[in-house]
Write a protein that binds this ligand. Structure first.
Ligand code: ADP
Ligand code: MG
Length: 722
């Protein structure tokens, strides 16, 4: 665990334990060291330091500040009343239960308890005055309240709403509530924003947090719920500021790092870059040329590149990657290209070997291939080529960054579909260049180029990722005919099969994607196999139908892919393993079964497998209605988006709208949402403020800036930088 907790003290270990706060007070942050079950549960929620508790805000509130009258309680309403117990009995109706009748002077209600102790029976003895809180149900035999919370009557009413925190099994709400309260009381919440940078009239953080944990009962609930209340505004602005600061710090740290300066004369006719361009059967699009130039400028600098190349499916990112690799090789260094799956890596390999190997051979160099499933002998030969520098470009899966692989002179790492790559892997990749650095000197970082086909909407990319430069391929290579997307109900499956026949008759190929139906891969496999058989039967002997499934051994998968690429297989039935990157230009029809179950960007990725050549292409989204006879609202929005637009940016924008940015960015970047409270679409004004203030705070008040980052991100900050 990185030691980044200097500014905010870890939750108290020195002070004596406050009564009733077992969790908060003893959490030392050291897992396993005599940690109690409560502490473990709290840590699971990320609650370790005092400040973590203070920033753990309620998901809703209960109003216990007033007493109501039974006569006015509506059915289903949660109320708090005080009255006298007029009757009590223990009965056996299926289960043993305690029944007590309470009269508050306006009406009576029967209290029912299934789990009760003798002490409770005593508390609810006839004649006792008590306060109860629970949901009133207007039953046939009179009103009842199940398992109400019982307190002594006459205890002072709280002055604030009671917070309800999101919790997990094994951590009771009252325990969590006390722990949060204790953490909040102890956390140092001094103002870190100097007056000059604090918007006029803005709430202080301390004020805001205390208020949100215990709001006054007269506050407009709506402003709390939609988070427009000034207290919420302050907390969200604070969070965004911390995020911007951490990005800015990362950017500056990177500026201090050194990378190999890659500045060969790419225009020289003997350069690999020039020879590659000359050998291609097409010329780069304007967007590709622009991205190549942006990358060239980065590579020629002494600070490591940190660039995202984003472009819709089919926009030609592979060529841009190849041109970047060529620049790196021209400068006398090695390049590594990694893809998240073996199929995708092998597709890249196929393409890049075809493009570069003949050109490299003249220099006695080559493209190497590294994957986990390789035979040891082949693998050893490849790693030897990487170590000696004979391999100018290394392509593969995670195996490329395995510990055993040593690079002679790694200078550029290209990561395809970066959001599927873990942070740890990206960090390991960095280490690879350090190994290659000459002893004694400051270790060199490789330049990093990340490629993504699921573009982040421009506004998000620009505003949010202060530590990322972005090149965008906003133009498709010429000669593409747009893909026609059709929605077809499952019961019209026969028509789809006719359509397949039509395409096959023209010599085209077809993908058929089966959905993930069950958690179990075995069931999926059975399903996909059944579909394959069904299609083979319907299409007749002359048509060869292949099957691709994630359960198959890699070699078999590759063989099937190769057959489909070569045209020996005309139809490919597949689970979603073909999702990213696969490139077979002769395929002109994509059928997606149970399309309503797929995510929007996944559908768009899948559709991008067709329309890669000049032939008119189509995508058929087969959908089934559930038991309700309808497709759910979100699913309908996704299907509609697919029919209405083929533009990846527009798709990303709608995906964002349907899912919300937390999930959108979270899933993409780290598997965990990066923002807890702020919402990038509705809080754009706060993001603008944070972007403006972050550099000022960092320059003029570096200590406050660091404390701001620690406060919010604590140990997570290290990971966000990667
Ligand atoms: P993606 O951006 O989805 O990775 P690819 O790099 O796989 O796209 O390119 C899609 C297809 O377009 C490939 O067959 C590729 O060879 C071809 N292509 C790339 N650039 C051009 C271009 N400038 N002109 C014509 N075809 C191109
Ligand atoms: Mg690609």
């Amino acid at each position: 665990m990185p030691a980044r907790q200097k500014a905010e003290k870890p939750a108290d270990t020195s002070k004596p334990k406050a009564a009733g706060t077992a969790g908060a007070s003893a959490a030392s942050g050291a897992p396993g060291s005599g940690e109690s079950a409560t502490q473990r549960a709290l840590r699971k929620l990320g609650l370790v330091r005092d400040i973590d508790f203070a920033l753990y805000l309620p998901m809703r509130y209960e109003d216990e500040t007033r007493l109501q009258q039974l006569a006015h309680a509506r059915d289903g309403e949660t109320v708090q009343v005080e009255g006298v117990i007029v009757d009590q009995e223990v009965v056996y109706r299926a289960r043993r239960q305690l029944l007590a009748t309470l009269d508050d002077g306006t009406d009576t209600v029967q209290l029912r308890f299934f789990n009760f102790y003798p002490s409770q029976q005593k508390q609810l003895a006839p004649g006792a005055r008590v306060r109860v809180r629970g949901e009133v149900r207007g039953g046939f035999v009179g009103r009842t309240m199940m398992q109400p919370v019982v307190k002594a009557a006459g205890t002072p009413l709280p002055l604030a709403l009671t917070p309800v925190y999101s919790t997990i099994a094994g951590l009771a709400q009252p325990v969590l509530r006390r722990a949060v309260q204790a953490g909040l009381a102890r956390a140092s919440l001094d103002e870190l924003l100097p007056d000059a940078l604090r918007p006029h009239g803005a709430w202080g953080l301390r004020e805001a947090l205390r208020f949100l944990h215990h709001p006054a009962p007269d506050v407009a609930m709506a402003a709390l719920e939609d988070r427009s209340h000034p207290a919420w505004q302050r907390v969200k602005a604070d969070e965004l500021l911390a995020q911007q600061l951490s990005q800015l710090q990362a950017r500056r740290a990177r500026e201090a790092q050194r990378a190999p300066v890659l500045r060969a004369d790419a225009a020289a006719p003997e350069s690999l870059h020039a020879r590659l361009l000359a050998a291609l059967p097409f010329s780069p699009t304007g967007a590709q040329a622009r991205a190549d130039a942006e990358i060239a400028a980065d590579l020629a600098r002494v600070r490591p590149m940190h660039r995202l190349l984003q472009g819709d499916v089919g926009s030609g990112k592979t060529l841009v990657a190849a041109l970047a690799a060529a620049r790196c090789i021209d400068a006398g260094f090695q390049c590594a290209l990694m893809a998240p799956t073996e199929i995708l890596a092998s597709q890249h390999f196929g393409k890049l070997v075809g493009w570069l190997d003949p050109l490299l051979a003249a220099q006695g160099r080559r493209v190497a291939w590294l994957t986990g499933s390789q035979k040891k002998k082949e693998r050893d030969a490849m790693t030897a080529a990487v170590e000696s520098g004979e391999a100018a470009l290394v392509i593969g899966t995670h195996a490329v960054i395995s510990e055993k692989v040593r690079f002679a002179r790694l200078a550029l790492a290209i990561v395809d579909e970066q959001h599927r790559f873990g942070v740890a892997q990206r960090l390991a990749l960095r280490g690879k260049a350090a190994e290659a650095a000459p002893g004694g000197a400051q270790p060199l970082e490789p330049h990093l180029l990340m490629m993504s086909a699921t573009p982040i909407p421009r506004t998000l990319a620009m505003g949010y990722y202060a530590d990322l430069d972005v090149s965008t391929l906003d133009e498709l290579p010429p000669g593409r005919t747009p893909i026609v997307t059709k929605l077809v109900a499952e019961h019209r499956r026969d028509e789809v099969i006719d359509r397949i026949q039509g395409q096959l008759a023209q010599g085209r190929q077809v993908y058929w994607v089966c959905p993930l139906i069950e958690e179990s891969e075995a069931v999926d496999l059975r399903n996909a196999t059944a579909t394959r058989d069904e299609l083979a039967e319907a299409l007749g002997e002359a048509v060869r139908v292949g099957l691709l499934h994630s359960r198959m051994p890699t070699a078999e998968k590759q063989a099937v892919m190769a057959d489909f690429s070569a045209g020996t297989l005309q139809v490919l039935v597949s689970t979603t393993v073909i999702e990213v990157g696969v490139d077979v230009p002769n395929a002109s029809l994509m059928v997606i079964e149970h399309a309503e179950r797929f995510g929007l960007s996944q559908l768009h990725q899948l559709r991008g497998r067709v329309g890669r050549g000049a032939a008119a292409s189509a995508c058929v989204l087969l959908y089934a209605t559930g038991d309700s006879g309808r497709v759910g609202e979100a699913a309908r929005a996704r299907l509609r988006a697919m029919v209405e637009t083929a533009d990846g940016f527009e798709i990303a924008r709608r995906d964002l709208e349907i899912r919300g940015p937390g999930e959108f960015l979270g899933a993409r970047q780290s598997g965990a949402p990066l923002l807890r409270f702020a919402d990038l679409s509705s809080d754009a004004h706060l993001l603008a403020w944070a972007r403006d203030v972050a550099p000022q705070l960092l320059d003029r008040y570096p200590e406050a800036a660091q404390r701001q980052v620690d406060r919010w991100l604590g140990t997570r900050a290290e990971y966000l930088k990667a």
